[in-house]
Structures are given as C-alpha cells and as structure tokens.
Design a protein around this ligand. Structure first.
Ligand code: ATP
Ligand code: MG
Length: 252
C-alpha cells in the first residue's frame, strides 16, 4: 500500500524541503519506491534540491487539468521520482486542487509518496494536507516555532490524518527544548533530531541531498534513522567520525 506522507510545519523555513529530499533518497536507498511531490505552489523549490532546474510540465499543470500526474514525473539518479512545482510567477494564481485520486492512479505502485507542503494554514497548505494520509511535523527546537507547529498538528488531526511524529531540525547543544520535552508537548514521538550544520546548506547549494553528498555525515545518519523508522527497521548505530567528534567538542 502506498503511504502518502505530508511534511508540514507551522513556521516556514524550518527544513521541510530538506527533509523531503533527503528522506526520499534515504528511503530509495533502502529499496523503497519513492515519489516526492512539491505541493508548495507559491514557494516551489523541491526540484532545485535535486538539481532539477528546467522542466516543461509541473504540478501546476496537473492542478489545472492540462496534464496528468504521469506527465510531470522526472526521474532522479537516486531512484526518486520528482513531481516539481512551477517556479514561474505566472503560475502563482493556480487554484490548489486535491490530486489525491491522481496520486493513487499514477503513483499507486510506489511505497512512499512524500508531499512537501506549504507553510501557514491557508488553502494551499490545507489542500496539501488533504492529499495525505499521514503527516510528519517539522520544527526547530524553539518555543514560538513549536507552538505554530502545534496549531498545524491540531488542523491535521481535524482532517483525521495520522500524525507520524515530530522531526526536530537545526538542533544545537544550546537548545533549551530537549527531545523529551518536545515529545511531551506534542504528545507525539520525536522521530528525528537533525543537527544544525553548514554542510546542509552546502549540499542544497550543490543541488545534491546531503545523504548522497556526504553519506557518513551525522545529518545523513539521522535522515536514514528517520527512514528506518518509517520502514519499521532497526535503528542504524550512530557512528561518530573524528571530524564530528572534534566539532562537537568545540561546539561547532
Ligand atoms: N539541519 C540544518 N542545518 C543547517 N541549515 C539548515 C538545516 N536544515 C535546513 N537548513 C537551512 O534552512 C534553509 C531552509 O530549509 P528548507 O528550504 O528545507 O525549509 P522549508 O521548511 O522547506 O522552507 P519553506 O517553508 O520556505 O518551504 C535551507 O536552505 C538551509 O540553508
Ligand atoms: Mg520548502
């Protein structure tokens, strides 16, 4: 059965697209058939994370009914199928449409369809949540961002979506909100704690998900742990390399 999982947040810029791209690749590396969809219609950039820059057909064309979802699939060497959204400002006026039926029709043989959702609680986001069966909440470990994410959780619950858990992104040693507190706050498991690291930005600049660019990096290890959680597999043992050890001793 295809699991359609939306990656959502309260605030923007917390790492949804970074998670979708890396989790997509990490799941594919485990042998899963994966498609990722950019449902962030007004802030599209999922394709860019994979180095997909020019594409004639996008999710906007699918929502307008001009093309089928199958026309908008682009294959990445990692095995992930990408359904990007348009980067053109001329496409900003598209009315969000629920393409769940199209997902089931054209991507029904995939194990996972990950949906990169928009931020906020307007029509665009609600529409994206409607397409999913499950959601993962992404937040930074700071109170205002967490409280915004809690609102999104409430909305997802109202839509009767299964909430898989919370991913804490950009975690540093100094963070006051610890994993256990966050879990209690949301009444959900924290399924990943991704460290703050400059390599994430570099990999985005290189248009290559960090799990491909630096497979042994602690961020990549954490991405794979989240993938394993979704697959119900045993956790990968954390391997801390010498560089990471020095970094953590120096607090950088
Ligand atoms: N773990 C991390 N360490 C350091 N920087 C990070 C990390 N995760 C994300 N970033 C930075 O945060 C930026 C925003 O991430 P991303 O685009 O994934 O967020 P988003 O939630 O999808 O944003 P939007 O709401 O605008 O769609 C990235 O471009 C990257 O520079
Ligand atoms: Mg994004």
């Amino acid at each position: 059965m295809t699991r359609i999982i939306g990656v959502v947040s309260g605030k923007g810029g917390v790492g949804k697209t970074t998670l979708v791209s890396n989790l997509g690749v990490a799941l594919a590396q485990q042998g899963a058939k994966v498609a990722v969809i950019d449902a962030n219609l007004t802030g599209a950039n999922l394709g860019l994370h994979f180095g997909l820059i020019s594409y004639p057909i996008s999710v906007h064309d699918v929502m307008r009914g001009n093309n089928t979802l199958a026309d908008a699939i682009y294959k990445h060497p990692s095995g992930v199928d990408i359904i990007p959204a348009s980067l053109s400002i001329d496409d900003l006026d598209v009315t969000p449409a629920n393409i769940k039926e199209a997902i089931l029709e054209h991507l029904g043989d995939r194990d996972f369809v990950l949906i990169d959702c928009a931020t906020g609680l307007d029509r665009e986001t609600l529409n994206a949540i409607e397409m999913c069966d499950e959601v993962i909440l992404v937040t930074h470990p700071e109170l205002p961002t967490i409280s915004d994410a809690l609102r999104t959780k409430t909305v997802a619950k109202r839509f009767e979506k299964n909430i898989v858990g919370v991913v804490l992104n950009r975690v540093t040693k100094e963070d006051e909100m610890k994993k256990e507190n966050v879990s209690a706050f949301f009444d959900l498991p924290v399924i990943g704690t991704i460290p703050e690291d400059i390599s994430v930005r570099r990999s985005i600049e290189n248009k290559n998900p960090i799990v491909l660019e630096k497979p042994t990096h602690r961020v990549s290890q954490e991405m794979r742990r989240i993938a394993n959680y979704l697959l119900g597999k045993k956790e990968e043992k954390k391997k801390v390399g010498i560089i990471d050890r020095i970094r953590s001793l120096l607090g950088i």
